[in-house]
Design a protein around this ligand. Structure first.
Ligand code: SAH
Length: 232
C-alpha cells in the first residue's frame, strides 16, 4: 500500500529535494511512499519544446499550454487512476490538515506545478484538477507548494512517525493551536519552566495545556473551530 506521488514540473531536479532527507527520506527509501517527477517539457510537440504561450487578451507573462499539459497528465495518470489530480495554485482552496489526512488515507496524488502566470483554464476543467493553495502569498512556482503538501501528507503515512500519538495532539488536529513546550534546563536566562509541568500531576498538566491551547487560539486564531468566544 504505497502512497504514489507523481509530480508534473518544469524542474524535476527540485524533487525529492528536502523530502529525500529525514523522516520523509527514510520513508521514501523504505517504500512507504514513491515519487516520480515528470518533466512537462518532454510532452511538447514542437522543435523548440515550447510549454507556454502569450495570454489570450494580452497582458504580461506567459500561460502554460493546455495541450502540452494534457499529454503530460494523461501519461502520469491514465484513465482508471484513482488518485486525485491536484494543481498547486494561489486561487485554490487553502490546504488544511483535514484534507492532508484524506490525501494520506488515499492511494496517492498527481500534482501539477504551475509556472509563469499559471495554466490554461480549459486544462483545469478538462482534466478535473483540484486547485490547492498553501497560503495567501504568491510563489514563483508550484514546486515548493508541492513539497509542502507532500511533507504534510507523508508524515501521516503509517510507520513514518516514530511516536504516532504526537501526530494527534498537534496544532489543528482538534481545532486548536498547540500549547507551548519546555525542556531542560529548568532555568534559562532567569526564566523558569511553569511549576505545574514539573509537578508530576498528570491531570493538572493536561488542564494547564488545554487552557494554554485555548488562550493561544483565542489570541492568534479566533477563526479556528476550537477558539471559544471570551464573552458571550
Ligand atoms: N498569476 C497567478 C500567480 C502565478 S504564480 C495569480 O495571480 O494567481 C506561478 C505558479 O506558482 C502558480 O501557477 C502555482 O502553481 C504556484 N503558486 C504560487 N503561489 C502559490 C500558492 N500560494 N499556493 C500554491 N501554489 C502557488
Amino acid at each position: 500500500m504505497t502512497f504514489k506521488a507523481s509530480v508534473l514540473t518544469l524542474y524535476p531536479e527540485m524533487f525529492p529535494g528536502a523530502l529525500g532527507l529525514s523522516l520523509a527520506g527514510r520513508a521514501l527509501e523504505a517504500g512507504t511512499w514513491s515519487l516520480e517527477a515528470i518533466q512537462i517539457r518532454d510532452f511538447a510537440t514542437d522543435r523548440h519544446r515550447t510549454v507556454d504561450d502569450t495570454p489570450a487578451g494580452g497582458g504580461a507573462g506567459m500561460v502554460m499550454r493546455a495541450d502540452v499539459l494534457a499529454k503530460a497528465i494523461d501519461h502520469a495518470s491514465p484513465e482508471g487512476d484513482a488518485r486525485p489530480r491536484l494543481l498547486m495554485s494561489p486561487r485554490g482552496k487553502p490546504l488544511r490538515q483535514a484534507r492532508v489526512r484524506e490525501l494520506a488515507a488515499g492511494p496517492g496524488a498527481v500534482i501539477l506545478c504551475g509556472r509563469f502566470e499559471g495554466v490554461d483554464q480549459r486544462l483545469i476543467e478538462a482534466r478535473g484538477l483540484e486547485e490547492v493553495s498553501i497560503g495567501d502569498f504568491i510563489l514563483s512556482g508550484g514546486e515548493p507548494a508541492a513539497l509542502v503538501l507532500l511533507d504534510a501528507v507523508v508524515r501521516l503515512l503509517p510507520g513514518v512517525m516514530g511516536n504516532a500519538v504526537s501526530g494527534e495532539e498537534e496544532s489543528f488536529e482538534n481545532g486548536l493551536l498547540e500549547h507551548p513546550h519546555y525542556t531542560r534546563p529548568q532555568e534559562f536566562e532567569g526564566r523558569e519552566i511553569p511549576e505545574v509541568l514539573i509537578s508530576g500531576n498528570h491531570k493538572k498538566i493536561a488542564a494547564w495545556r488545554r487552557a494554554a491551547s485555548e488562550a493561544l487560539t483565542q489570541e492568534r486564531r479566533p477563526d479556528l473551530p476550537g477558539a471559544q468566544p471570551l464573552l458571550e
